[in-house]
Design a binder for this molecule. Structure first.
Ligand code: HAM
Length: 419
């Protein structure tokens, strides 16, 4: 127990964390290019925020939240997603008083009590964006473009954007009625979950993974046939903007998201190679959410992508990230006095922003050179007793094996000039 991590969580070890940092750099850079600013909210929030925000009848709220009471008996929940938290912060800090739209992004861990499997964890990481304050369909296309831009910069190809419109409170009741009417005769054959959904949230039945339910709903009326004129016009414009930006997409009339706040556009980005958990990104518009959390009627749109799902996708396409070379200089020393001088040079190099390392295990010359090699150092600075007496060191170019003697007090400057 003491040496085993909780089920569904991960340790990211050196070697892997560099890859995460690389991806995080890409995310931050693209957000700068698109004009999104970072927001950081707490890991836990009042439980009610997610109940009201994500929706009482969703799997997330019904089954998957890590909820606990604190010492003052307040109910708190580890965030299962960040849209509700971002809206809460937007309202709490009155960001609606700023020039709109407000464009935010976040990176961080989320928590859902799900059945762990490949690509599905109980603690996982999302990068997401949220745009508040405009109902312009161009923004729906902008956020999809931002997500695709990330995958493109990472080198991923062959992704599919699936889009749908899930309507609004005007057009959904009509669809709900038609759907219930259609499903009535097969009610008894639906899975227990879907029988529960029939009254409360029949739209979710379209998203059920149960084979029998999928069979029953194969020809169910879709929301696209029921859209009100405003939702239809919005969806047409989103598609148009997608075409202008050159992003290919598929209309998936059965696309239903697992969170209740969506209105109008809903989308997912899928990659085929990573197996069952092929949704690497999901999002959409939520024009009623801010209102329902006690704010003004302000529209919003955004998405979140699963960071853990990026790496298997990269691997399956044979893409290795261009990680930086690990080391500039390895300082090799022999004997105590040379060791001290070497330590000084080591620290001076680092203060100058040069990545440097030395031996701390008292190894001999050969073993130290081997370590320098293994760490892919560009240079080795070699100081033996002999060299120390003469005030010099040997600088070896590890790639070409060329060596030169250099006064020790000039070594740091010389190396600095090579960069
Ligand atoms: P979501 O579809 O629940 O949406 O999650 C978004 C993405 O997070 C998924 O496509 C998937 O890549 C990743 N993800 C979800 N659950 C797990 C898990 N258990 N393990 C690993 N990865 C996972 C949301 O969370 C919305 N807040 C997105 C959004 C933002 N909509 C509007 N704004």
């Amino acid at each position: 127990m003491l040496t085993t991590r909780p089920r569904g969580t991960n340790d990211f070890l050196p070697g892997e964390t560099e890859k995460w940092q690389y991806v995080e750099n890409v995310l931050r850079t693209i957000c700068k290019d698109f004009g999104y600013q970072e927001i950081r909210t707490p890991i836990f929030e009042h439980t009610e925020l997610f109940q009201r925000g994500v929706g009482e009848t969703t799997d997330i709220v019904e089954k998957e939240m890590y909820t606990f009471t604190d010492k003052k008996n307040r109910s708190l929940t580890l965030r299962p997603e960040s849209t509700a938290s971002t809206v809460r912060a937007y309202l709490e800090h009155k960001l609606y008083a700023l020039p709109q739209p407000v464009k935010l992004y976040y990176i961080g861990p989320m928590f859902r009590y799900e059945k762990p499997q490949a690509g599905r964890f109980r603690q996982f990481h999302q990068f997401g964006v949220e745009v508040f304050g405009s109902s312009d369909p161009g923004l729906d296309a902008e956020v999809i473009g931002l997500a695709m831009g990330i995958y493109h910069r990472l080198g991923l190809r062959g992704l599919e954007v699936h889009m749908n419109s899930v309507g609004c409170p005007q057009c959904r009741p009509k669809h709900k009625e038609m759907l219930q009417e259609f499903l009535k005769k097969d009610f008894a054959s639906l899975c227990p979950d879907c029988r529960g959904r029939y009254e409360r949230n029949p739209l979710r039945i379209l998203d059920c993974k149960n084979e029998k339910c999928q069979e029953i709903t194969a020809y169910a009326p879709t929301i696209l046939n029921c859209l009100c004129p405003e939702c239809r016009e919005h969806f047409d414009k989103v598609k148009h903007y997608m075409e202008i930006s050159g992003i290919k997409y598929l209309i998936d009339e059965r696309l239903v998201r697992g969170l209740d706040y969506y209105t109008k556009t809903a989308f997912e980005i899928l990659v085929n190679e990573i197996g069952a958990q092929s949704a690497i990104c999901g999002g959409g518009r939520y024009d009623g959410l801010i209102d329902s959390l006690g704010g003004p009627p302000i529209p919003g749109v955004g998405f979140a992508l699963g960071m853990e799902r990026i790496f298997p996708a990269l691997e399956s396409q044979g893409i290795s990230l261009a990680l930086e070379s690990p080391l500039d200089v390895f300082v090799v020393t022999l004997g105590d006095e040379a060791g001290k001088k070497g330590f000084q040079i080591l620290m001076d190099l680092r203060m100058e922003g040069i990545k440097a390392e030395k031996d701390y295990l008292g190894r001999g010359l050969k073993a130290q050179m081997k370590t320098a090699d293994r760490m892919k150092a560009k240079y080795a600075v070699i100081i033996g007793e002999n060299e120390l007496d003469r005030g010099i060191g040997i600088i070896r170019n590890m790639e070409t094996s060329a060596q030169q003697e250099m006064p020790l007090d000039q070594a740091v400057d010389w190396i600095k000039r090579q960069y």
